[in-house]
Ligand binder design. Structure first.
Ligand code: ADP
Length: 198
């Protein structure tokens, strides 16, 4: 089947879409343990970008798993498929001219590499929310760690499933030392050249 799929030549390019928006488009990929602060920081960042009149969209673990990926479990194979679909969706959104933010644990290095390849490395910024497991457990905003420790949730990252620490993220934020407002400032600084590249 694949050989009969021939991409259409679009009359409007990504460059034209970004020119219309007056800012670059790329993907900001947050990775880190559950409760590390990915969603909180991504939300605060999106609000700040909105104030700056930047067109954005936030893809979040919980909203994607309730919809597009509601058929997937947390087994290694399904986690891989989860990220593969998100990468493809994010790529379409980047092509559409948006600044895309995503908050997924994405514990496997290979899966994160796949995202980078899919959206192309120049469109990819990886932010590692490096909050110690001990702190994530004590925050436990969704009460998941307590359930995982009782064995009520299988394959829970940090408890019964691994998290592969990113070696060379574009930015690493330790939320025990950096508050949300400061984290947003650091990220805006980091993405400025990409926002300006149109
Ligand atoms: P994740 O999306 O990584 O699972 P959440 O953002 O849902 O994590 O939860 C992180 C929790 O930690 C929230 O309750 C948030 O208020 C709290 N928190 C405390 N300090 C920080 C900080 N500096 N940055 C982000 N979150 C923080």
């Amino acid at each position: 089947m694949q050989e009969n799929i021939i991409p259409h030549q679009f009359l409007v390019s990504k460059k034209q879409r970004t020119q219309l928006n007056n800012h670059g488009s790329f993907l900001i990929w947050f990775t880190g343990l559950s409760g590390s602060g990915k969603s909180t920081i991504a939300n605060a960042l999106e609000k700040e970008l909105y104030e700056m009149r930047i067109s954005t969209y936030l893809l979040d673990g919980d909203n994607i798993r309730k919809g597009l990926n509601s058929d997937l479990s947390f087994s290694p194979a399904d986690r891989k498929e989860n990220i593969r679909r998100i990468a493809e969706v994010a790529n379409l959104m980047v092509e559409s001219g948006l600044v895309v933010l995503s908050a997924f644990i994405s514990p496997y290095k290979n899966d994160r590499e796949f995202v980078k390849l899919t959206v192309k490395k120049e469109n990819f910024i990886q932010i590692f929310i490096d909050t110690p497991l001990k702190v994530c457990k004590s925050r436990d905003p969704k009460g998941l760690y307590i359930k995982a420790e009782k064995g009520l949730i299988k394959n829970f990252t940090g408890i019964s499933a691994p998290y592969e620490t990113p070696k060379n993220p574009d930015l690493k934020i330790d939320t025990t030392k950096t508050d949300v407002a400061e984290a947003v400032k650091l990220i805006i600084q980091k993405i400025k050249p990409k926002l300006e590249f149109i």
